[in-house]
Design a protein around this ligand. Structure first.
Ligand SMILES: Cc1ncc(C[n+]2csc(CCOP(=O)(O)OP(=O)(O)O)c2C)c(N)n1
Ligand SMILES: [Mg+2]
Length: 550
C-alpha cells in the first residue's frame, strides 16, 4: 500500500485497482475529463459507451461477475442518466461504484448557474443518497482518502452501489494517504447462532422431505461452495429462485429447477410447496421469486436465512450472519432422510425440422442444446427471461438477468460488462425487440472492444409482455432490419430467421465465427409467448383491471 504523497485522482485509481477493478465504463464530459485522462494513463482500461445507461448496465454485469464494477460519468447530464441502472444495482445487490465529476469547489462560490446544474449543486448527490448505501463528496484533501476507503468498504460489505463525487479541481489535489485499516468482519452473536442452529438442525433431522431454496446472495457473498458442501454432505435437493438462477450447478444430480410459485413447472412447484422443511438460503424473496405472490410456502415449515434476517418457523434470530449459519449447518453433519429420487427436467433431444416455421418454444429448445461450458446467458426481462428460466445452465453463475427490478435495456450492455469481466465467456444475449431498441446501440461499443456475443432478438413486433394486460398502438415498435446492423457497424454477421433450418445455419455460423458479434433476428408471431408469460400476464392483467375499476 502506497503511503507516499499522491493526488486524490491517483489515490482513487489505486484503490480501484487494489480491489481488482480493471475496467471502467462511462462517458466523459468537461467536469470529469481531467479524471478520465488520469485513468487513461493508468492501468485501468476505459470503456466509453454510446450512452451512460449502457455504461451503468455494463458496470452492473461486471460487478456481478468481478465482485466490483465502476461507472464514471459527468455531472447531472451523465449522472442522472444512470439513476436507473444504479437503482437496479441497489435493488438486486450489485456492488457498483458510481463516480461522477462535478463543478470545482472554487466554481461554486456565489452559487452561479453553471451548465448542467439543476436546482442546487447537491441535487445529484441527493438523488444518489436514495440509490446507494454510501456517498462521498471528495471536496477535502484531508479526508478524501478515508472517504474513498469508507465507501468502497460499504459497497463490498452490503454488496450494493455507492456514489463518489469528484469536483474537478480536486482531481490533482495532493493528499498523504494513511495505511488502510483492515475492516473488521461482522460476527454473529454466538448464543443466537448456537440456538438457531439447534432449532434448525432438529427441524431438518425430523423432516421427511427437506428441500433447499437457493437465492442470489449465496453468489453475491461468495457462499456457493458452502452450499455445495451442504448438498454433498446431506443430499438435500436444491431448487433455485429466478433471481438466483445458476447459483447452483443445474447439471447437479440433486438440482430440481427454478421455483417461482405458480410460474414454475408444476412438478417443481409441488415438490417445494409440499416440503415439510424448506431451507431458504440467501434469497430476498421478491414478488417475482414468489411467482407474483402465487407461492404457497408454509412458514411453519420454513427456515429462512438471508444476509439481513433469520427466521425459523415463527422464531426470529438477530445478529446471525448467513455465512456463519451456513457453516454451522455444514459442520453439524446432519443425517437427513430425504433419499427421494428426484425427477429432473432434462434438456430434451432436439430434432430439426428444417422447413418448419420457427416458434418461441422450438427456438429455446434448440438454444438449450447450443449452450456450452463457455456460454453465459444474459436474459432481458420479457419473454427472453421467462423462456430463458427453463434453459439448463451447466456452470455456476452463467445466467444474468435483472429478474427483480426488471429494467429493460440491460442485456446488450451487460454482454459488454460480462465479457470484459471474464474474457473466457461468450455471452448468449436473449433480448426482446422492444428492449433491444433501448440500448442495442451498445453493439457499437462491443465492436470497438473486439467482443463477440451472440445476440438473439425475439422479434415479436412489440411489447408482447404488455399486450395481454392492455393492448394498443403503444405496444408496437418499428420493425427494424436487425440483421443488417452488421452493415451499420461494419462488423459482425446478421441473420434473419423464419425457419428452423435458418436457425441451424445461423447457430452453426455463430459457433464458427468468433471474431465478432452475430445477431439473429428471430421472427415470431406476436402472440407466440411462453406458458410462464401467459400465466404471469393473466395475474397482472387482473391487477391492472382491478386497479382501473377502483
Ligand atoms: C426501462 C423499462 N421501461 C418499461 C418497462 C415496462 N415493460 C415491461 S415488459 C415491456 C415490453 C418488452 O418488450 P420486448 O422487449 O419486445 O419483450 P417482449 O415483451 O415482447 O417479450 C415493457 C415496455 C420496463 N420493464 N423497463
Ligand atoms: Mg417484443
Amino acid at each position: 500500500m502506497n503511503t507516499n504523497p499522491t493526488t486524490i485522482g491517483q489515490y482513487l485509481i489505486e484503490r480501484l485497482l487494489a480491489h481488482g477493478v480493471k475496467h471502467v465504463f462511462g462517458v466523459p464530459g468537461d467536469y470529469v475529463l481531467g479524471f478520465f485522462q488520469e485513468m487513461a494513463q493508468s492501468e485501468l482500461h476505459l470503456v466509453n459507451t454510446c450512452d451512460e445507461q449502457g455504461a451503468g448496465f455494463a458496470a452492473d454485469a461486471y460487478a456481478r461477475l468481478n465482485g466490483l464494477g465502476v461507472v464514471c460519468v459527468t455531472y447531472c447530464v451523465g449522472g442522472l442518466k444512470i439513476a436507473n441502472t444504479t437503482a437496479q444495482a441497489f435493488a438486486e445487490k450489485s456492488p457498483v461504484i458510481v463516480i461522477s465529476g462535478a463543478p470545482g469547489t472554487d466554481e461554486r462560490i456565489h452559487d452561479p448557474l453553471l451548465h448542467h446544474k439543476v436546482r442546487s449543486f447537491d441535487t445529484q448527490l441527493k438523488v444518489f443518497e436514495q440509490l446507494t448505501v454510501a456517498t462521498a463528496v471528495l471536496d477535502n484533501p484531508l479526508t478524501a482518502c478515508s472517504e474513498i476507503n469508507r465507501v468502497l468498504e460499504a459497497a463490498l460489505h452490503h454488496c450494493r452501489p455507492v456514489y463518489i463525487e469528484l469536483p474537478r479541481n480536486m482531481v490533482h489535489a495532493p493528499v498523504f494517504p494513511m495505511p488502510v485499516a483492515i475492516p473488521v468482519a461482522e460476527t454473529s452473536d454466538p448464543n443466537a447462532l448456537a440456538e438457531a442452529l439447534r432449532e434448525a438442525t432438529a427441524m431438518i433431522a425430523q423432516a421427511k422431505r427437506p428441500v433447499i431454496l437457493a437465492g442470489e446472495e449465496l453468489h453475491r457473498f461468495g457462499l456457493q461452495s458452502l452450499l455445495n458442501d451442504l448438498v454433498e454432505e446431506t443430499d438435500i435437493p436444491v431448487a433455485a429462485t429466478i433471481l438466483g438462477k445458476s447459483v447452483f450447478p443445474e447439471s447437479h444430480r440433486r438440482y430440481l429447477g427454478i421455483y417461482e410459485g405458480a410460474l414454475s413447472h408444476p412438478e417443481i412447484c409441488d415438490y417445494v410447496e409440499s416440503s415439510d422443511c424448506l431451507i431458504c438460503l440467501g434469497s430476498i424473496l421478491t414478488e417475482i421469486d414468489l411467482g407474483i405472490y402465487t407461492a404457497h410456502l408454509n412458514q411453519d415449515h420454513c427456515i429462512y436465512v438471508s444476509n439481513e434476517r433469520l427466521a425459523i418457523r415463527f422464531h426470529r434470530y438477530d445478529h446471525v450472519q448467513l455465512r456463519d449459519f451456513l457453516e454451522g449447518l455444514v459442520n453439524a453433519h446432519l443425517s437427513v432422510c430425504n433419499t427421494d429420487t428426484i425427477t429432473q427436467i432434462k434438456t430434451p433431444e432436439f430434432q430439426i425440422d428444417y422447413n418448419q416455421r420457427i416458434t418461441l418454444g422450438r427456438l429455446f429448445g434448440r438454444l438449450d442444446t447450443f449452450i456450452d461450458q463457455n456460454t453465459i446467458v444474459i436474459a432481458e426481462p420479457g419473454d427472453a427471461l421467462f423462456s430463458g428460466a427453463d434453459l439448463h445452465i451447466q456452470q455456476r453463475n452463467r445466467f444474468l438477468s435483472p429478474a427483480h427490478y426488471t429494467s429493460l435495456g440491460f442485456a446488450v450492455p451487460a454482454a459488454l460488462g460480462a465479457q470484459l469481466a471474464d474474457p473466457t465467456l461468450r455471452p448468449l444475449v436473449l433480448v426482446g425487440d422492444g428492449a433491444f431498441q433501448m440500448t442495442g446501440m451498445e453493439l457499437s461499443t462491443i465492436v470497438r472492444f473486439g467482443l463477440n456475443p451472440i445476440v438473439v432478438v425475439l422479434n415479436n413486433q412489440g411489447y408482447a409482455t404488455e399486450r395481454p394486460m392492455e393492448d394498443g398502438r403503444f405496444n408496437d415498435v418499428l420493425n427494424w432490419h436487425y440483421s443488417r446492423l452488421s452493415e451499420v457497424f461494419g462488423a459482425g454477421q446478421g441473420f434473419t430467421i423464419r425457419t428452423e433450418g435458418q436457425l441451424e445455419t445461423a447457430l452453426y455460423f455463430a459457433s464458427q465465427h468468433t471474431g465478432s458479434f452475430c445477431i439473429l433476428d428471430v421472427q415470431l408471431e406476436p402472440n407466440d409467448t411462453s406458458l410462464s408469460l401467459k400465466r404471469l400476464t393473466q395475474v397482472l392483467a387482473e391487477r391492472v383491471h382491478s386497479t382501473a375499476s377502483m
